[in-house]
Design a protein around this ligand. Structure first.
Ligand code: NAD
Ligand code: IPM
Ligand code: MN
Length: 371
């Protein structure tokens, strides 16, 4: 019997609520597949700061170091509450970026996916959204402005300033390019390279390396698109994209735009992959505006479980079953409030009921044959 240690970082805001539903799914997956998951909840984020004085405490680092995979809920506070924590210990700078750096999770997969039949969730017109959306955004996750040198100071004239640097070297670009080409060659064999080489020199190098790596993938066509134009095309014709690769900050912004195209950030799971370790998290934040109300959509968190089953635990077939189970809840006409607007035919259910329906649907899926 396989045995996996999984670190669970519930996080802040809606984190614990959507993690609860993900844990139900993990327990059922274990039972169905006769594997054991040793699930270890461990503090992370603002809640960890208030509990233990640090948003990424040593005990959590240890649990993560020893885990086979890490499942992370969103972290963060609303704008006002953030000010209660010193800037460098705020959960984004003090926990999330250190987590990414610690495990060098440079490849962030952010699927923007709405299958045929659920296209009505998108705010885009029918003639634009067509049969649904299926884009894989591949975001470089440990470089660029996020991790560049920073300097804060005051000039002799008393003017406050901040200097932040955007840096990439060719090794960093090459490894994410390989991930992107590998992904594109398994899909539609087109790679949209998103850049800003008309201004940023880092993009000039980025594009050069993309083309160099592309020589090893002669069957994949490269389309270079400036990031600002890409933002427009995503709204006007999302169907033109399949795999998109981009640097850290561009990926942050365009992936949230992807959530908008689907109809909710609650539909955005993600996988953050390094060479030795991976962690899985929703792309969205802690949604302070709806926290504690049992209304958040747990799809992003359960989808992150599906990605973990596929990428880290070699359980591809069960991962597909989890996706199908979640989509069948929507297909049956149910959703959390983010996708069941007044006047729509969608029946509104809460976070817990959504999880229960996923469980019921997963129980109906055939159990994968054991390897
Ligand atoms: P957000 O992503 O938390 O919320 C934006 C909007 O999307 C809100 O209206 C929210 O209600 C909605 N939303 C998000 N997830 C949802 C879900 N599962 N179901 C239904 N609706 C959902 O962005 P924000 O409000 O700008 O940020 C809040 C905090 O989250 C900030 O502190 C930010 O730094 C942090 N954050 C953390 C992560 C992370 O942990 N990876 C990612 C993004 C933002
Ligand atoms: C995300 C978030 C983070 C990012 C923040 C919270 C640091 O927005 O995961 O998309 O910008 O990477
Ligand atoms: Mn973001």
């Amino acid at each position: 019997m396989s045995h996996y240690k999984i670190a669970l970082l519930d996080g802040d805001g809606i984190g614990p609520e959507i993690m609860r539903e993900a844990v139900k799914v993990l327990n059922l997956v274990a039972e169905r597949n006769q594997v054991t998951f040793d699930l270890q909840h461990t503090p992370f984020g603002a809640s960890a700061y208030f509990e233990c004085g640090h948003p990424f405490p040593e005990q959590t680092q240890k649990v993560c170091d020893e885990a086979d995979a890490i499942l992370k809920g969103p972290i963060g506070l609303n704008h006002e509450d953030s000010k209660k924590i010193p800037v460098d210990l705020q959960p984004e700078r003090g926990a999330l970026l250190p987590l990414r750096r610690r495990y060098n999770t440079y490849a962030n997969f952010r699927p923007v996916f709405l299958p045929q039949g659920l296209a009505h969730f998108s705010p885009l017109k029918k003639e634009i959204i067509g049969d649904g959306v299926d884009i894989m955004i591949i975001r470089e996750l440990v470089g660029g402005l996020y991790f560049g040198e920073k300097e804060t100071g005051t000039t002799e004239d008393g003017v406050r300033y901040v200097r932040e640097t955007l840096e990439y070297d060719e090794e960093q670009i090459r490894r994410i390019a390989k991930v992107a080409f590998d992904t594109a060659s398994k899909r539609k064999k087109v790679l949209h390279n998103i850049h800003k080489s008309n201004v940023l020199k880092s993009s000039v190098l980025w594009n050069e390396v993309i083309e160099e790596v592309g020589k090893d993938y002669p069957d994949v066509k490269i389309e270079h698109i400036l990031v600002d134009a890409a933002a427009t095309y995503l709204c006007l014709n999302p169907g033109r994209f399949d795999v998109m690769v981009m640097e850290n900050m561009f990926g942050d912004i365009l992936s949230d735009q992807g959530g908008g195209i689907l109809g909710s950030l609650g539909l955005m799971p993600s996988a953050c992959i390094g060479d030795d370790k991976a962690y899985y998290e929703p792309s969205h934040g802690s949604a302070p505006d709806i926290a504690g109300k049992n209304v958040a959509n747990p799809y992003s968190m359960i989808g992150s479980v599906a990605m973990m089953l596929e990428f880290s635990l070699g359980m591809e077939e069960e991962a597909r079953n989890v996706w199908h189970a979640m989509q069948s809840v929507f297909a049956d006409g149910y959703s959390t409030p983010d996708l069941s607007k007044p006047g729509s035919d969608v029946k509104m259910i809460d976070t817990e009921a959504f999880g229960d329906r996923v469980i019921a649907a997963l129980k109906k899926q055939p159990v994968p044959a054991r390897a």
